[in-house]
Design a protein. Structure first.
Ligand SMILES: [Zn+2]
Length: 177
């Protein structure tokens, strides 16, 4: 295995042989795929990787040379960071900067910990809301909470996309800009 020390770049997008986005791996892992002819580089990142025998442009997007069949997780994992990312780091009630997670229908009253019942919220709204429902306070949600969907979410999760990957992922325009 070559001794490759990445100098820049945090990850590389891996495409299936069919150009379908699969996952994000470390730049080092992507370089090893290319050097072992398991993948070809589709888009370079910035900088060069050096090993004893090779100098290779940092891969930003690689495509597998053989098609792999991948079983997809149908659900995006529910995590704090994923909830913040889905909600754009904004409070679902006042649209201010979010710093907490709120259960729309309170957990103390049987509300579930599920994508459909969690939103990002600022500390003030969360504290004011307490054990009440939005309806009881006369508050309205800007949109119904739901599990995130789409290729970008499946591949990236809460990871910030590299602009070089935009051509392969159905990124929302605001994120691709
Ligand atoms: Zn708020």
């Amino acid at each position: 295995m070559p001794d490759i020390r990445p100098t820049v770049g945090s990850g590389a997008l891996v495409l299936n042989a069919s150009y379908e986005p699969l996952c994000v791996v470390s730049v080092r892992r992507a370089a090893i795929l290319v050097l072992s002819a398991k993948a070809v580089c589709v888009a370079d990142g910035e900088g060069v990787l050096h090993s004893a025998r090779h100098a290779l442009p940092v891969p930003s997007v690689v495509r597998l040379t053989r098609f792999v069949r991948v079983p997809y997780r149908s659900h995006v994992g529910l995590s704090r960071r994923a909830i913040f990312a889905r909600d754009g780091w904004r409070c679902a009630y006042c649209r201010g900067p979010a710093e907490t997670i709120d259960h729309v229908f309170p957990r103390s009253r049987g509300g579930g910990h599920a994508w459909e019942n969690v939103v990002a919220a600022c500390a003030k709204c969360n504290h004011t809301k307490g054990d009440k429902t939005p309806a009881e306070l006369g508050w309205r949600l800007h949109s119904a909470p739901a599990a995130p969907k789409g290729t970008a979410w499946r591949v990236l999760g809460h990871r910030a996309p590299d602009p070089r990957w935009a051509g392969w992922l159905d990124l929302p325009e605001t994120e691709a800009a």
